[in-house]
Design a protein around this ligand. Sequence first.
Ligand SMILES: [Mn+2]
Length: 596
Amino acid sequence: MAAVLVLANVCGHRLSVATSSRHASLCKRAAVTATLERPASGAVSWTGSPDDAAAKAAWLAKQSLAAAPPKLDDELRSAVKPAVVTGPDQKSDEAGSRATIEHILQDERCNVVLSHVNADFDSLAGAVALAKLWSIERPELPTHVVTPRGVNPLVSRFLAYHKHLLPIRGFKTIREQDVAAVGVVDTQHVSRLGAAASWLKAAEHVCVVDHHSNAQGDIEADELIIEPVGSATTVLVEKIRARSEVVLTETEATLFALGIRADTGVLSFPATTPRDALALAWLMQQGCSQSAIAEFGQARLSNQQRELLSEAMQSIEIVRHEGLKLGWVVLDTGRGFVTGMASVCEELLQLLAVDVALVGVVHCNAKAQPFLSLIGRASARAERSAVDLNAILGKWQGGGHPAAAAASVKLRGPEPDPAAEAGAQLDEQAEADARAAALSLGALAQARAIAGEAVELVVGQVPQQARATQLMTKTIHGCSQNDTMDDALELMNRMGRRAMPVLGDDGTLLGFLKYRDPIRAAQAGKGRQQVKAWMRRELITIGPDATFTEMERQLLEGDTGRLHVVDDDGRLLGLVSRTDMLRHYQYYTGINRRVA
Ligand SMILES: [Mn+2]
């Protein structure tokens, strides 16, 4: 017999109504609490037909919502929504209730998959994907997804609409002793799991899935899956794809697509692999919603973020070093933790066209303890120039990727307040005072010093940029100004050159010819004329020590594909061509070798 247990417990301003199997264990706990500890606390235990149950659940929910204060725990709030229930078989007699309680206690055991703190789309999508896999591989126990210490604003917005469609549970709804297996996605560091880190020790099995292949993690895992791909979600989507029995919901396919897109910059970041693109294409075939992706995948700055961005734009300091432009700024939010500062940092990188943006944000917790959030973003160019923000912010126990990393640093705080130490929340005025005291004690200066140190470390990572002598082609085929244009054409054809320098007897650069010049001369019947009558004298020359940045500027602004490298006496030392510049960037394997 399918029976339904409906419970409402409004004591202590908490509400729960057992309505679906997803929330069954939550409600079971409420049942145990109500029955064992407070038998007459307003808990209603009742069995009936599913239809009656639905009606009663709706009624109870409505009554309790009206009675309960507006601030409901998210988990409990979502527990109210579904109306129809199929609960486990239960009997309403005394023996039955006892059996139910036993069953409930045993049934609390579960597997948990964790995202990292302040979860991004990749971490959440990967966690949901691993939970999906475990629902097949480990069907004995339910697998819940937990996002310790919150999610980023983009993910938060997505969850506001989709939380009920995903197996997400609040951290506090799971007891440590109930955790059987723990999955960790998108990090290998204990410090990135917040309070959920303690579950690792309690668990019988720990599985880590990550894509940061050079990370040195400290999570002790029985199963470590690390693949050098652009997103953690890719690794898990491949595993799901290999299991033909798995059918993705539209929400799952959409979330997974958002995960891959987020970490690969929509397949544009240097670390993106064909596997990421194939996984994304497969998710599109599985019916991910492109319109939902358009809606939820795009960062939108909040008013607060925009304010801080404009403040950052005004007070940012620019450091130039070896062709790279670094911008850094320390902001005082004047309030608590501001989420989404990473988006502000990314905007700065784009808007100011800097290669590295370092944003420090000073904020205080409820006990007026000041913290510095240090967020770094680097351009692809900076990453190629050996800038590794992951390594730099590791100095402050932070991390991430070479081009995107963050750290949180505890600053010198106010004198410990006994009330705050005892866990009491300071009132608004006391908090403001303590905060002001902390900042006057130099927390802000300390924050600036730390950010400045990070800038120095970035500067230290950037190697001296290439000089003209390192890049130039030294094998020069030139012609004399006394040669005929026909001779010059013959030489250019033989050497396969589209341009040719004109040299004096001592190697002095006098001018150059483009291929079209001897062609025109021949067409005009003037092939016997001397080169000196035709050669171009507007030369673009650089010294042997010209920096890569300078050469790039000439290439971009000078409307020329070749730079003549000359010594102080005007003698030609070599040529830097477009190919030499491209080779330096190492974009293409095909032009790695020099072709003399
Ligand atoms: Mn990731």
